[in-house]
Design a binder for this molecule. Structure first.
Ligand SMILES: NC(=O)c1ccc[n+]([C@@H]2O[C@H](COP(=O)([O-])OP(=O)(O)OC[C@H]3O[C@@H](n4cnc5c(N)ncnc54)[C@H](O)[C@@H]3O)[C@@H](O)[C@H]2O)c1
Length: 361
């Protein structure tokens, strides 16, 4: 089969991960587009053909464009590509755009005849798929509550100059992954009523410097169909949910490898038996990379453990994306779904700010 050819726009942190996984999918990167001269040089040294604008690169006529630029440049790059090739295939990193840019994005895509899909990679997770099969096909539970936690210690990342999301605070890093998972588990995942919404500051262990609203975020809400959702993320490594299996201790600031990514769906079956179907995404300490686990409890007793399970969400999502571009699969994560995620995260952050200012009065 002829190789898919991609042009990657942006050569920052996430770009090499895309390169590695795309190669596994038999994709050839025919060019890199970068605005930063140093990064262009680096890409050239690594063997890529480089350009400083999409316009120059477009003559290579790629199978698809792979957009890895900073989020505040997503709309700008989409606009350039749509102007150059109205039938292009576009793969773009999450989040699709900034909240304030949603109307302009919709206008840009109004007459677009190509395909565009978003790298919400957890939508293609095997762990998530298996949990859905067990909870909703096998056990046929009626969901009552969903919990998601994505925790990491980002203190050193921030100290080294990693981008700080002022708009969404602590929700700006893993928030869209967590909501994507909930959106996959529950059709009616959109918040009806927010019950709790707390952000905390991040205080650096080393210097006591403080980053406002970057420590953790906790949101508890009810969907319109009354399912309770809890989302929690800590950037200070503080673990909140400690189920019986695969749980880890709080992550220290000098531990750059550990991540804790957990989801649980609670509900009852037609006999009123209480089930919990839980999932741990990679990395898990005792497993290899890209291996996760699923477990089931019945009336609070562990009934089943399925582990390790191979789950390379990025690779699987790329494969789904290529199938979509070839016309043999559905869009793995549409622009409209992605816009909804941006809107919900924005409303959480707004609510948090207004409740904070109320407390200050
Ligand atoms: N799916 C995931 O798990 C995941 C993980 C990390 C990052 N991301 C997303 O990936 C995107 C990039 O993140 P990153 O950490 O690699 O950012 P980064 O800042 O490290 O890299 C972005 C690069 O884009 C370049 N750039 C900016 N504007 C450009 C333009 N108009 N044309 C060409 N190049 C341009 C910058 O010079 C920079 O080199 C963000 O939207 C982020 O949210 C997703």
């Amino acid at each position: 089969m002829p190789k898919n050819k991609c042009i990657r726009v942006g050569y920052g942190t996430v770009a090499p991960i895309h390169e590695r996984k795309m190669r596994e999918c038999n994709v050839e990167t025919v060019a890199i587009v970068e605005v930063d001269e140093q990064k262009r040089l680096q890409a050239q040294l690594e063997g890529f053909t480089v350009f400083s604008s999409c316009q120059e690169a477009a003559k290579l006529n790629p199978t698809f464009w792979d957009i890895c630029v900073s989020t505040n440049q997503h709309l700008n790059v989409i606009q350039s590509i749509v102007d150059l090739a109205s039938q292009a295939n576009i793969f773009i990193e999450k989040p699709i755009c900034l909240f304030s840019e949603i109307p302009a994005l919709r206008r840009t895509l109004l007459n677009f005849e190509g395909k565009i899909t978003v790298n919400e990679n957890y939508a293609s997770s095997t762990i998530k798929n298996l949990m859905q099969t067990i909870a909703f096909n096998e056990l046929q539970i009626h969901p009552e509550k969903i919990i998601v936690e994505f925790t990491k210690n980002r203190e050193l990342d921030f100290a080294r100059g990693r981008f700080i999301d002022q708009e969404l605070g602590a929700l700006g890093y893993e928030g869209s992954h967590m909501l994507t998972l909930v959106s996959e588990m529950l059709e009616d995942y959109v918040p009806g009523r927010i019950l709790e919404n707390k952000f905390s500051d991040l205080i650096f262990k080393s210097s006591e410097q403080l980053l406002e609203n970057q420590g953790s975020a906790y949101v508890r809400y009810k969907s319109l169909s009354q399912v309770e959702i809890e989302l929690y993320t800590s950037l200070a490594g503080t673990i909140k949910y400690k189920p019986p299996l695969f749980c880890i201790e709080d992550i220290r600031y000098d531990d750059l490898n550990s991540k804790y990514r957990f989801i649980a769906v609670y509900g009852r079956d037609c006999h009123n038996d209480k089930y919990c179907v839980g999932g741990f995404f990679e990395p898990i300490n005792s497993f290899k990379r890209c291996q996760g686990a699923v477990y089931v409890t019945l009336n609070n007793k562990v009934e089943r453990i399925i582990a390790p399970i191979k789950d390379d969400t990025m690779l699987q999502h790329f494969q789904q994306t290529l199938n979509y571009f070839q016309g043999v699969a559905e869009n793995p994560y549409s622009v409209e779904k992605s816009i909804k995620i941006v809107e919900i995260l924005h409303s959480f952050a707004n609510e948090m700010r207004s409740s904070k200012s109320l407390h200050l009065v």
